[in-house]
Design a protein. Structure first.
Lengths: 137, 129
């Protein structure tokens, strides 16, 4: 029954979106991070999605979502002159993380919407399958 | 016994199930860069069901068809986006959701038709309730 593939596809998408939520949570939690060393300061992380086919012979183009990996943002690190900060280096500078809270909030909303869409898709398909099973009763 | 009244609805159900898959793949990949949304064409599936579909002549096994063809003869075609995005993704969520809902409803309609056929056959076999 080909409808079952929808569960795989939507499941893979939900998995990818939940990783995105986790990464966003990590970014938001570290949004106020500062360090005296620019190499040690927390950098915003972003997941990268790609597609994968459930079978190579499948020509219909039904593809799930695969997590390619997590990349660190290349946005510039901000330097602040704050000599009274305990993390400040010899010159009195601290380096603040490049996490953008606004971007992360938008990311979180987008991820949760997408996750909900997939849940709805599974529910609808489940209803269709159940109805098919009770055919002729 | 092959009941002709069933076969058309069975084919319709198979097409709807396939379209459900393709649309779910679109919705699942709404955030995947460079993903191109696809859909099935009902007119094609109808042609396929009547075995009138045309295809390219292949002179070698290495040749590929110009499009992906399902066992129902329906082609999966790329959707033309109204608002292209920067990351090359052509999924438009509202279009996909509307198509998904429409398809689910049509699947249910086919089920209802089949159910009616089965009921009337059973009625005839039993000679009443």
């Amino acid at each position: 029954m080909s409808l079952f593939k929808v569960f795989d596809v939507a499941g893979s998408a939900m998995n990818a979106q939940s990783v995105r939520m986790n990464v966003t949570a990590s970014n938001l939690a570290n949004a106020g991070n500062v360090s005296g060393d620019p190499d040690k300061v927390y950098r915003a992380k972003q997941p990268v999605f790609s597609t994968f086919s459930t079978s190579l012979a499948d020509q219909t183009g039904v593809q799930g979502v695969r997590l390619e990996g997590i990349v660190e943002s290349a946005a510039p690190i901000q330097m602040r002159y704050q000599p009274d900060h305990p993390e400040a280096n010899a010159d009195g500078n601290v380096y603040a993380t490049n996490v953008s809270t606004v971007e992360e909030m938008v990311n979180m909303m987008s991820a949760s919407r997408s996750y909900k869409n997939n849940v709805e898709m599974i529910n609808t398909t489940k209803d269709l399958l159940l109805q098919t099973l009770s055919l002729g009763r | 016994m092959d009941i002709p009244a069933f076969s058309q609805h069975e084919q319709a159900l198979r097409f709807r199930a396939l379209r459900n898959q393709v649309l779910s793949s679109n919705i699942a990949n709404a955030d995947t860069p460079n993903f191109k949304a696809r859909d099935l064409d009902f007119a094609d599936a109808l042609k396929g069901a009547r075995q009138e579909s045309i295809s390219l002549t292949k002179t070698s096994d290495l040749h590929k068809q110009a499009w992906g063809t399902s066992q129902e003869g329906a082609r999966t075609l790329y959707r033309v986006p109204t608002q292209p995005t920067l990351d090359g993704n052509t999924v438009e969520m509202d279009v996909e959701q509307a198509a998904f809902a429409e398809n689910a409803l049509q699947y249910r309609a086919s089920l209802a038709f089949l159910d009616g056929k089965i009921r009337s056959l059973r009625y005839a076999l039993k000679g009443g309730d």
